[in-house]
Write a protein that binds this ligand. Sequence first.
Ligand code: TUI
Length: 309
Amino acid sequence: MKTRITELLGIQYPIIQGGMAWVADHHLAAAVSEAGGFGILGAANAPAEVVREEIRQVREMTDKPFGVNIMLLSPHAAEVAQMAAEEKVSAVTTGAGSPEKYLKLWQDAGVRVIPVVASVALARRMERCHVDAVVAEGMESGGHIGSQTTMTLVPQVVDAVQIPVIAAGGIADGRGFAAARMLGAEGVQMGTVFAASREAAVHENYKQRILKAKDIDSEVTGMSLGHPIRSLRNRMTREYLRMEKEGATFEELESMTVGTLRKAVVEGDVMDGTVMAGQIAGMIKEEKSCRDIIEGIMRQAEELMGRAV
Ligand code: TUI
């Protein structure tokens, strides 16, 4: 089961867990790493000391490698970047921007760097800065998204760079894994399926909303602000989209969403909270352990690919 990604990260299976805000805590990251994948803590908007404590907790639960995702729009991004270097986590992934100003810090500390990109241009720029790999994330993903689909983005990024590419967006089973490999990816990153896993320490209402979702249940809000966010349809998305259509100001729209991800994930308010999830939510029907998810995917992919995984 070797690819350049399993070699780079020292893991058994080339399956990486997305660094989801409020979802990807030590319970989830440790479970994914223990199962042979690569668990990731989502730093989101948290201060460095909170994330450092999460790192300690993962280290108590597993000896396996794991990483931290740094959300570059966070007001604490710089201090979390510094802390990740001090803690010498195996890898950092980044989202919602370009991590150029932090690369040297991580590279000097021996931390692998894997930026999430939504375009060929950023993938190329990252390769020129000697990052170790990129995650090419399609707009099927939940949360903050780009504008290209996984099917179109992944092969174009694979053609554009020599470093290994990890596919993300719309993948949750062995068919998706095999398809990503056929597109040239050497690993996959998945979020939604792990958000609905047994070890995800999220509110039951959030988990059930994912498990009950249909194929057409997600919406993209914030397109007019240049920060499109995919989440599952509810009173919140309907009201937001109505205001967006009516030409509400940046401030009006922003003020509507403050604290709403926490509201859904932690408090379980799936009506007025932001239920971030990818389009593949419609395919996820039961809560499984991270081990069952990962081993099931590898088994199905091996069958499909004739052990050429
Ligand atoms: O980052 C994500 N997904 C996220 S971050 C997040 S938290 C958040 N909350 C409210 C508003 C905004 C974010 C929820 N979900 N995925 C990785 C990702 N990165 N997708 C797209 C991008 C991206 C977009 C533009 C990366 C770089 C970029 O442009 C950078 C440049 O300078 O070219």
